[in-house]
Design a protein around this ligand. Structure first.
Ligand code: PHE
Ligand code: CO
Length: 296
């Protein structure tokens, strides 16, 4: 038997049934992980590291190695924290699962990243509908070693506390920004498009789909466009947004969003698969990698 969380209840929301967990911080019960739990980590880790070179951005892969994550066993949060503390001052805190929005924002605003302590069961290797330890730790934590990305995540948390006070529509727009950057972002590297989003790097299917398939749109980062774009939680994304650098992301999100939320409030949403004439679209190049539409 693998170690499993205490689920408190299921909440019916506009995103369907969402599990609700106790909100407190828990010590990672490392000694309780079973051989199955460690094996699940090892399988997922090896599988992703096999396909990610040439797909994930260099920054992600280098940071993951630097912080001492290995396939052998589930990492101890305390060990990861020593590396994070030295690099950017972030701290992992163990949680039972998805947190209420305000609790989540408060953690980020204080440079604490909540990590689900339990790992999926063997029969959930390919897909699990909620974040588990593999998604949170393998997917989210490496880029917290990057100083610019680390600052972005803190700024996002502060922005979340603010958006929460403004109202549900502001919060929805900010959540879309997280979705299309932190979870499903692509970045342009000198040698082509690469993945930095955690929701992608922790999924074998989507890691391949987002770059290799001609089905999804890959569109240049545009803050207001993202804030107006709906997303799917139960299928691969129809659209990915591409940044040039973490600095670009940081600069574009530095302005006060309050007047932007107010202005966008009256404007319609875009369906997830929309492409507009004014969008910068990236297409697969004739050679390797990806090129901007027009220069192929
Ligand atoms: N500048 C944003 C605001 O005023 C805060 C923010 C920064 C949000 C970075 C997201 C990411 O709300
Ligand atoms: Co996530």
């Amino acid at each position: 038997m693998s170690a499993q969380p205490r689920r408190v209840e299921n909440l019916q929301t506009d995103k369907g049934k969402v599990p609700v967990y106790a909100t407190g911080i828990v010590d990672q019960p490392w000694d309780d992980y079973s051989a199955d739990d460690h094996a699940t980590w090892a399988t997922l880790y090896a599988r992703q590291r096999e396909i990610l070179p040439g797909r994930a951005c260099d920054e992600f892969l280098r940071a993951q190695d630097a912080m001492g994550m290995t396939p052998d066993r589930i990492p101890k949060f305390a060990d990861i924290n020593a590396a994070l503390r030295a690099a950017t001052g972030w701290t992992l805190v163990g949680v039972e699962g998805l947190l209420p929005e305000l609790d989540f924002f408060d953690h980020l605003a204080n440079r604490r990243f909540p990590v689900t302590w339990w790992i999926r069961r063997p029969d959930q290797i390919d897909y699990i509908e909620e974040p588990d330890l593999f998604h949170d730790l393998f997917g989210h934590v490496p880029l917290l070693m990057n100083p610019v990305f680390a600052d972005y995540m803190e700024a996002y948390g502060l922005g979340g506390v603010k958006a929460h006070g403004i109202g549900p529509h502001a919060l929805q727009m900010l959540t879309r920004l997280y979705w299309y950057t932190v979870e499903f972002g692509l970045i342009r590297q000198a040698d082509g498009l690469r993945i930095y989003g955690s929701g992608i790097v922790s999924s074998k299917g989507e890691s391949i789909h987002c770059l290799d398939s001609s089905a999804p749109n890959r569109i240049g980062f545009d803050l207001e466009r993202i804030m107006r774009t709906r997303y799917r939680i139960d299928t691969y994304q129809k659209t990915y947004f591409v940044i040039d650098s973490f600095e670009q992301l940081m600069e574009a999100t530095r302005p006060d969003f309050t007047p932007i939320y107010a202005r966008l409030d009256a404007l319609p949403d875009f369906p997830a698969g929309t492409v507009r004439d004014e969008d910068t679209v990236y297409q697969r190049g004739s050679g390797e990698g990806w090129a901007q539409d027009g220069d192929v």
